[in-house]
Design a protein around this ligand. Structure first.
Ligand code: DHB
Length: 311
């Protein structure tokens, strides 16, 4: 029997597939649906210090090739998600989980992370440096100086396992510069990629979502080549102690296989989870296992990062 189990830092997961932040993770009910599915873990909706309503609707639309969203960080506030994952970690046979968070300012980010540091939560935290949808707030990770300064401040007091969610980068120099910054810090993982920010989808003569005159983050089939490139670029550049989580364009077991081939240790599913629901994990896991069986691979280690180049 082939195994799709994996590790991130010192945390074990029976399956490498899980939701991507933003999908099926707003409430305890949604998170429970992921927790009881074939997924190996869940990540919570990115939490801010206080609860937020987010942007006006319609703010998420599925398209034939993926999705566009400008949610605007609706969430129930850090206390809601921190209490839930802390409570879950003490239940028998609990899976390991990811708590996603970011402040609306650097001060808020530090307040939130200090709360997590001082809490009983022992699991993984994903610091989201890549939300594209809050009007007037640029993505942190596109500003390398701010990113470097924020991580220096964070790691001066934060001692629990922490990773970052990154936006896609599109230039080799930016891969080099970003990786040089991340290699300075004891990150447990980087997660590539968030949506491709500020795309535009049009139906007849009109945009399809209301916020930001229709501009929103693009996910699904559109983004897979960009996601794979970012996963592999960081896999080649980061210290081997920093695991890569691959996110973007995973609809089938073949897509998950390609992310792992590019170096991913865990693979997140967003748009197709929104479209199919948590049963998607059963289907995609089976498709991934079938590919591994056909190729004679028994574990992810047999092919992770082993992408071949043309000579
Ligand atoms: C939202 C979108 C993102 O891509 C993200 O990383 C965080 C929040 C949002 O619009 O809610």
């Amino acid at each position: 029997m082939v195994s799709t189990s994996t590790r991130i830092g010192s945390f074990h997961f029976d399956n490498c597939l899980m939701n991507a932040a933003g999908v099926y993770c707003f409430s305890k009910e949604e998170l429970e649906a992921i927790d009881t599915s074939a997924a190996g873990s869940f990540v919570t909706k990115t939490a801010t210090l206080e609860a937020r309503q987010g942007n006006p609707e319609p703010r998420y639309v599925d398209t034939d090739l993926g999705s566009i969203n400008s949610m605007g960080l609706p969430n129930l506030g850090i206390d809601y998600y921190l209490d839930y994952v802390t409570q879950l970690q003490d239940t028998p046979n609990s899976k390991n989980h990811f708590l996603s968070l970011v402040g609306m300012s650097p001060e808020d980010t530090h307040t939130i992370l200090k709360k997590v540091q001082d809490s009983a939560y022992k699991g993984l935290v994903e610091l989201n440096l890549s939300c594209p949808n809050v009007p007037g707030k640029p993505q942190i990770a596109y500003d390398f100086e701010t990113t470097d300064q924020l991580l220096a401040e964070v790691f001066s007091y934060y001692k629990k396992p922490l990773g970052v969610k990154l936006p896609p980068y599109f230039d080799i120099v930016h891969f080099d510069q970003a990786a040089a910054i991340f290699n300075k810090y004891p990150l447990t993982f980087v997660n590539c990629i968030n949506s491709i920010g500020n795309g535009l989808v049009i139906s007849d003569e009109t945009v399809v979502i209301k916020p930001k005159d229709g501009f929103g983050g693009i996910g699904g089939d559109y983004v897979k080549p960009t996601a794979l490139a970012n996963v592999h670029a960081f896999y080649k550049r980061l210290n081997p102690t920093i695991a890569i989580i691959g996110t973007g364009g995973v609809r089938t077991g073949r897509d998950a296989f390609e992310h792992i081939l590019c170096g991913a240790s865990m693979v997140q599913i967003g748009t197709i989870l929104h479209q199919e629901g948590p049963e998607a994990f059963t289907r995609i896991t089976k498709e991934l296992q079938d590919i591994m069986s056909e190729k004679g691979y028994q574990s992810l280690e047999d092919f992770r990062g082993k992408l071949q180049y043309l000579s």
